[in-house]
Write a protein that binds this ligand. Structure first.
Ligand code: ADP
Ligand code: MG
Length: 258
């Protein structure tokens, strides 16, 4: 069984410590949702796991199927089966969406076992259809001039074609209208499998109406401070985060002191 194990992870950006000992374990077949106030380090967690060079890891351990993830370069992490749908996907002029995707797929395959052009196009077309994307997006430059919602669908398209072992979705619901949200959620649900784990970072419970998580975690001040089931997301939606702070004795001073 595939396992992503994060132990006491600490990370700094521009000299400021953001992740302060975050521990979380995700197994294949599970969907974990992380919710938390703005600026609490959710995207930092995603970037640190993926190996973004700006995020310095200063402590802790992360393994993917017992292999040391933190020791790997970004491309090695992707090869190992980690996938991140970014909160703000980058635009890359000069590289078409289809060229990018085909290279990404082939990078995960052995030499001599590259996907054939015909098969690639057939798969890409069928997934794009499922995501209700206009086929012209195949030939557009990666994310260039895409609307927020189009970028998010494109991230899901990448996930579906790459078939990663571990998927991190960072606010994939932001900027989506209700129809797009349903389409994106369907794409995710289709990819649910006992061999694949998900970490879904979201600000709103509404995504979780379409994708039912197995576990919900509250992140505050760079740590997971509370975990529960789907009911926890409903309570956060209804009542906000104050009750969690009260329950745990978290004050704004603990924020500034950290
Ligand atoms: P969240 O995703 O939970 O809203 P982030 O991980 O984006 O939070 O941000 C956590 C903190 O790190 C914030 O205080 C933010 O300003 C800071 N931060 C994140 N990225 C950068 C960056 N590239 N440069 C400087 N500070 C950053
Ligand atoms: Mg964020």
């Amino acid at each position: 069984m595939t396992t992503l194990k994060i132990e006491k992870l600490r990370s700094k950006i521009e000299g400021k410590e953001i992740l302060k000992g975050l521990t979380l374990e995700i197994h294949g077949g599970e969907i974990h949702a992380i919710m938390g106030p703005n600026g609490t380090g959710k995207s930092t967690l995603a970037s640190a796991l993926m190996g973004h060079p700006k995020y310095e890891v200063t402590g802790g351990k992360v393994t993917l199927d017992n292999e040391d993830l933190l020791d790997m370069e970004v491309d090695e992490r992707a090869q190992a089966g980690l996938f991140l749908a970014m909160q703000y996907p980058s635009e890359i002029a000069g590289v078409t969406n289809s060229d990018f995707l085909r290279s990404a797929i082939n990078a995960r395959r052995e030499e001599g076992d590259e996907i054939s052009l015909i098969r690639f196009i057939r798969e890409m077309e069928s997934k794009m259809q499922g995501l209700e994307m206009n086929p012209e997006f195949m030939h557009r430059y990666l994310n260039e001039g895409f609307s927020g919602g189009e970028k998010k669908r494109n991230e899901i398209l990448q996930m579906m074609l790459l078939e990663p072992k571990f998927v991190i979705l960072d606010e994939v619901d932001s900027g989506l209208d209700i129809d797009a949200l349903r389409i994106v959620a369907n794409g995710v649900n289709e990819m649910r499998s006992p061999d694949r784990g998900f970490l879904i970072i979201t600000h709103y419970q509404r995504l979780l109406n379409y994708i039912t998580p197995d576990f919900v975690h509250v992140m505050m001040q760079g740590r997971i401070v509370k975990s529960g089931g789907p009911e926890l997301a409903h309570r956060l939606e209804a009542e906000g985060y104050d009750w969690v702070k009260e329950e745990l004795g978290i004050t704004d001073e603990t924020v500034s002191e950290a």
